[in-house]
Design a protein around this ligand. Structure first.
Ligand code: ADP
Ligand code: MG
Length: 276
């Protein structure tokens, strides 16, 4: 068996992402019942990073470890191991929203309206919490949103910043473009409204199980994002919800609401009152 930092015993590989490989681990310093607590360890090769950039990454990771929100995957630990930067987070046994959507598509089941609203509001609360602290996500997508006991949690918050420094997302990007905003695709810079765009795409996907902007090729998807009309929700959803989603998909980030605006909307605040 492989043990990292004298503490994290690898149980199995969860998968490979943009920035490295994720493993399910036992934290040998944290008992839970008869066994150890399960956590996720992400191993990122930093061979390319300059030593001072590595120091920045460690400093940023320390900031993230201080954050506490029920809808954000808890950031536990980070350390350097050889030429890898390792990040340890909470494990979400419910898997990610991408898997959930695939499962719904296969079984021809929609997510129910209540669940959609619950998850949407939780996403807004999480994003609001981070934006208040001037931390952006930069890579919001269904694969970075996790389920744990029917609660939703955003993962990898702030991590792309650690890993890319100030570099431009669109030019270093290798993953999926589905959730990228027009300004990011046009290299006009990432800002908090770009996260709002991505949440708009995720809301559409929770409602329809389809990508908000889709096409046969990468170029076709990118063209729709930059030039295409925003999609509309099917009739069975309320016009209010459709209006909110369409506003989040405004091409110009200036016209998009921020998380604070969204939480104040009657549709959202009414739901919030019911939740607590
Ligand atoms: P990406 O986000 O690009 O898919 P990651 O390295 O973040 O890549 O994740 C790789 C895999 O590990 C994904 O299948 C994801 O669902 C899973 N995973 C990542 N973080 C967690 C977590 N905190 N809890 C459960 N599964 C996770
Ligand atoms: Mg991820």
């Amino acid at each position: 068996v492989r043990v990292l930092a004298n503490r994290y015993e690898v149980v199995r590989r969860l998968g490979k992402g943009n920035f490295g490989t994720a493993y399910l681990c036992k934290d040998l310093r944290s008992k839970q019942g008869d066994d150890y607590e399960l956590k996720v360890l992400k191993e990122i090769s930093v061979g390319e990073l300059q030593p001072d950039e590595t120091v920045d990454a460690v400093r940023e990771a320390r900031v993230l470890s201080k954050l506490n929100h029920p809808s954000i995957v808890k950031f536990h630990d980070s350390f350097i191991d050889g030429d890898c930067f390792c990040i340890v987070t909470e494990y979400c046994e419910g898997g990610d929203l991408d898997q959930k959507i695939i499962e719904c598509t296969k079984t021809k089941k929609q997510l129910d309206d209540k669940t959609i609203m619950n998850w949407f509001v939780q996403l807004l609360l999480a994003v609001h919490y981070m934006h208040q602290r001037r931390i952006l996500h930069r890579d919001l997508k269904t694969r970075n949103i996790f389920l744990k006991k029917n609660m939703i949690k955003i993962g990898d918050f702030g991590i792309s910043r650690i890993l890319m420094g100030t570099t431009d997302m669109a030019s270093t990007f290798t993953g999926t473009p589905y959730y990228m905003s027009p300004e990011v695709l046009k290299h006009e810079g990432y800002n908090s409204k770009s996260d709002v765009w991505s949440i708009g795409c995720i809301l559409y996907e929770m409602c329809t199980l389809k990508h908000a902007f889709d096409g046969k090729s990468l170029m076709a998807v990118m063209y729709k994002i930059v030039e295409g009309d925003p999609p509309q929700l099917p009739e069975k959803f309320s016009p209010e919800l459709n209006k909110v989603m369409v506003s989040m998909l405004s091409k110009d980030p200036e016209h998009r609401p921020n998380a604070t605006d969204l939480l104040k909307l009657p549709l959202v605040s009414k739901h919030l009152a019911q939740m607590s």
